[in-house]
Design a protein around this ligand. Structure first.
Ligand code: SAH
Length: 329
């Protein structure tokens, strides 16, 4: 798919672009013949030049709230995208790369190695796929987007920013920036660049350990960026944007879930615009998840220090929801 309609429409009147965006992203047409606002010759030209097909496999689960898909790209590589439904909120978790170069020890995507960056069109396609799905299902739309699927968004910075521009377009998907979140393993240059963009997007940092020594054991990228460097960039980001920043912390049994870890984490997280999201570990390999009781105790330690803590449960469990699990099989 190619959403660069400007190029194709360069000899057409300006309003055609708006009509086409509306047909594709709001009307959710799957064939140019459905774009009735367009003259026949243009429909035919688009039919030849721009495919509206999305090749995908859907993995339903017994849990209706989570639907996972494998999108098949033009070069036959596959990426995952997950729809999570909660009340009237429809959140899509998108991939930004095929595979991932970071190789975090707990993550299934890392095991696949890195294949290539996704183009902005290939990222948008993941959202468009679920918009079509929701239209058929219940006439709903994707309301939120999180960059928490396969890959490291800040190692594909330009394409991710271009994607956000397309998602945000009032004539198209019209998803507000405050409904979009980027999660990074802590690529400092990416945090610094984002701070300069002047957009109200949500930033999340995958911390997963309260000190560099442990973090290096879990995330090789920690050899490149220390926690202190990451927090310095985050603080500058907060100075410029005044936005809250979320720190993700996967709870892995006997690895990073001790009381000492909780206290060390609490001291790191003392900034009033930091918040912590404790994530149940989705077992994919060598580690085991912490028990719910244990997570509760860990949470209590943080709360006693006055830190804002939220908890993410295993939403994706029924469909092998951990990132990279499907594509790996
Ligand atoms: N590379 C980015 C975004 C992709 S991963 C990042 O690191 O933030 C999205 C989130 O899922 C990260 O916080 C990641 O650490 C977490 N994650 C990876 N494997 C997981 C697993 N098996 N169980 C729970 N969370 C996992």
């Amino acid at each position: 798919m190619n959403f660069n309609f400007e190029e194709i429409l360069k000899n057409e009147p300006k309003f055609r672009l708006k009509q086409i965006k509306q047909a594709v992203f709001c009307g959710l047409i799957e064939d140019w013949g459905e774009a009735r606002a367009l003259p026949k010759f243009l429909q035919e030209k688009l039919q030849k030049e721009v495919s509206l097909d999305i090749k995908a496999e859907v993995f339903a689960s017994n849990n209706e709230e989570v639907i996972k898909t494998l999108i098949i790209l033009e070069d036959d590589l596959k990426v995952e995208a997950v729809l999570m439904r909660h009340k009237d909120r429809n959140t899509v978790c998108v991939s930004s790369q095929v595979g991932c170069p970071l190789n975090c020890s707990f993550c299934a995507t890392g095991k696949l190695g890195f294949k290539r960056n996704l183009t902005s069109d290939e990222i948008v396609e993941q959202i468009l796929f679920f918009n079509r799905y929701l239209k058929h299902e219940k006439n709903q739309r994707v309301s939120n987007v999180v960059f928490m699927g396969m890959g490291e968004p800040f190692l594909n910075y330009e394409n991710v920013m271009e994607t956000i521009g397309i998602l945000n377009d009032k004539d198209g998907l019209n998803i507000g920036v405050r409904k979009i979140s980027i999660s990074t393993a802590g690529i400092v240059e990416g945090i610094e660049k984002l701070a300069q963009e002047n957009i109200d997007i949500n930033l999340a940092i995958s911390l997963h350990a309260p000190n560099d020594e442990l973090r290096r054991k879990l995330m090789p990228v920690a050899n490149k960026y220390s926690i202190a460097e990451i927090l310095k960039a985050v603080n500058e980001y907060i100075e410029l944007t005044n936005r809250k920043v979320m720190f993700e912390y996967i709870m892995i049994k006997d690895v990073n879930d001790s009381e000492t870890c909780a206290e060390e984490l609490a001291r790191l997280m003392s900034h009033k615009l930091y918040m912590v999201n404790l994530i149940s570990y989705n077992a994919t390999g060598i580690f085991k998840p912490s028990s719910p009781e244990h997570i509760k105790e860990f949470k209590k330690v943080l709360e006693d220090y006055g830190i804002e803590v939220t908890q993410r449960f295993k939403l994706g469990r029924g469909v092998r929801g951990a990132c990279g699990q499907l594509a790996g099989e």
